[in-house]
Design a protein around this ligand. Structure first.
Ligand code: MN
Ligand code: MN
Length: 470
């Protein structure tokens, strides 16, 4: 039997009413919002070029907070609605809070994101010379595909604590005119054997050696004259001797600046979108929430990429201690504050990459330009390592985002058993805080240059703002 015209129309209307609608952000944003999105992303690009490490991000956040009238948090201080405080954890993580009008026992609205990114750390005895070339030995930090780090310009960031206790800051390779550093790879002509290695070992960990110089000290005869010359330069510039590397944290990151990508400039390429693409919008959102009902708290943490252990990571107690101290300022019990709190764990998710469609399941993955991605659970295999937000809490978040006209989607990290990964969500949920993952879809995550869409960065900012205002 042929289907009538009316029946067809009914099906279309019914589909619109009953089926999930998938829409590109461009179909949902008007010109004015597009302009706001552009302005926000310009700010984001500037932030990305200024802050490439957790220390640089933490110091930028702290400086900005001081300018905006945030005061250093002290246990026992007197606080009232509208007061703004922050805590800097060892120069590598920051918590900021704006006191709400509701009693603290009604809980806080918490956004958590991380400011460390995958990179190469220097070993504690990094400097050596081989065949009159000077090198730094490295130990990679976080999950990287090692072959991606060769043959690209690299910069050096971090601190060295000298034997006299003086701390020297290092940042070289970012400014116009700065030299950069480099990891060599084999020429294809002689890579016949190397090309047979599996991708995972195409470049091995001990092959990630940074070329840092090639000129010897004067014209004296002797050994290690290139190393000596390098030490001489480092001594002149930073006042250090070789043993000072023992008490240093030096990080090698890509020297590329963040840039707009595409003829339409709709995307941004940068090192370390994971997770500055969530931490910056969360930070900015909290600055724009003037007088929240619930106390808004944003935590910008370190060590996520190595599993969140250590006293600047979220497996440590520093967030719990802060919330307990905050509660005590109001003579409340920290435990009760935590139990009543709600959290967006802000971290990136994998965007669907049409070149590699086989790893994601099309009905349950995030797409570029479809908004901030809400992820009910993360983890690997049988949801191992996840906090799995409750239906009730997902329901609440849906309402908040929809009421705020936030463009959002849902997606999980890869097909079942394809791999997986976790975020800090579980550690916050373990404090008895309702927690859900929310973040920006990224292509080429953990690569030296990652890709995001501007509308998704904007959607993340809007999501954090409406949540902190809820
Ligand atoms: Mn991340
Ligand atoms: Mn990551």
């Amino acid at each position: 039997m042929a289907r009538g015209k009316k029946e067809e129309k009914d099906a279309k209307a019914l589909k619109e009413a009953l089926f999930s609608q998938k829409k590109h952000a461009a179909q949902r944003m008007d010109d004015q919002e597009m302009k706001q999105c552009e302005a926000f992303n310009a700010e984001y690009i500037a932030f990305m070029n200024r802050c490439k490490t957790e220390r640089e991000a933490a110091s930028f956040f702290t400086e900005t907070l001081e300018k905006k009238g945030f005061k250093p948090f002290k246990p026992g201080m007197k606080l009232k609605a509208g007061d703004k405080v922050f805590l800097n954890n060892r120069g590598k993580a920051v918590i900021l809070a704006t006191i709400g009008t509701a009693p603290i026992t009604e809980g806080v609205r918490l956004c958590a994101a991380h400011i460390d990114s995958p990179r190469l750390d220097l070993k504690q005895h990094p400097l050596y010379e081989a065949e009159e070339i000077g090198y730094f030995k490295t130990h990679y930090y976080g999950g990287i595909k090692k072959y991606q780090w060769t043959a690209i310009p690299l910069s050096l960031h971090g601190v060295i604590v000298r034997s006299d206790g003086e701390k020297v800051e290092v940042r070289i390779g970012e400014e116009e005119g700065d030299p950069v550093f480099y990891i060599t790879d084999l020429l294809p002509h002689l890579a016949t054997e190397q090309m047979k290695r599996p991708l995972a070992t195409g470049i091995k960990g001990e092959e990630l050696n940074i070329v840092v110089g090639s000129m010897p000290f004067k014209e004296d005869a002797g050994s290690e004259l290139v190393k000596l010359h390098l030490m001489q330069l480092l001594n002149e510039k930073y006042g250090i001797v070789e043993d000072d590397f023992l008490s240093a944290e030096l990080e090698i990151v890509p020297a590329f600046p963040a840039k707009e990508v595409g003829f339409d400039r709709s995307m941004i390429g940068a090192y370390g979108h994971d997770d500055r693409v969530c931490s910056f919008p969360a930070f900015r959102a909290s600055l724009d929430v003037e007088k929240p009902v619930h106390t808004s708290v944003v935590i910008l943490t370190d060590k996520e990429e190595t599993g969140s252990d250590g006293n600047t990571g979220l497996c440590s107690s520093y967030l719990k201690y802060f919330l307990m101290d905050l509660a005590e300022c109001f003579k409340a019990n920290g435990r009760h504050v935590m139990s009543a709190s709600k959290c967006l764990s802000a971290d990136v998710n994998a965007g669907f990459d049409p070149t590699f469609p086989e790893v994601l399941e099309r009905n349950n993955c995030a797409y570029l330009n479809h908004g901030v991605c809400v992820t009910k659970f993360t983890g690997a295999r049988g949801k191992s390592g996840t906090s799995d937000a409750s239906a009730e809490f997902v329901g609440e978040i849906r309402q908040i985002l929809d009421a705020g006209n936030v463009i959002w989607q849902t997606g999980e990290l890869g097909k079942v058993d394809m791999g997986g990964g976790g975020t800090v969500a579980a550690y916050i949920a373990n404090l008895d805080i309702d927690t859900i993952d929310v973040g920006v879809p990224v292509l080429s995550m953990h690569a030296p240059y990652e890709l995001v869409a501007k509308t998704d960065v904007w959607a993340a900012y809007r999501a954090f703002k409406v949540f902190l205002e809820s």
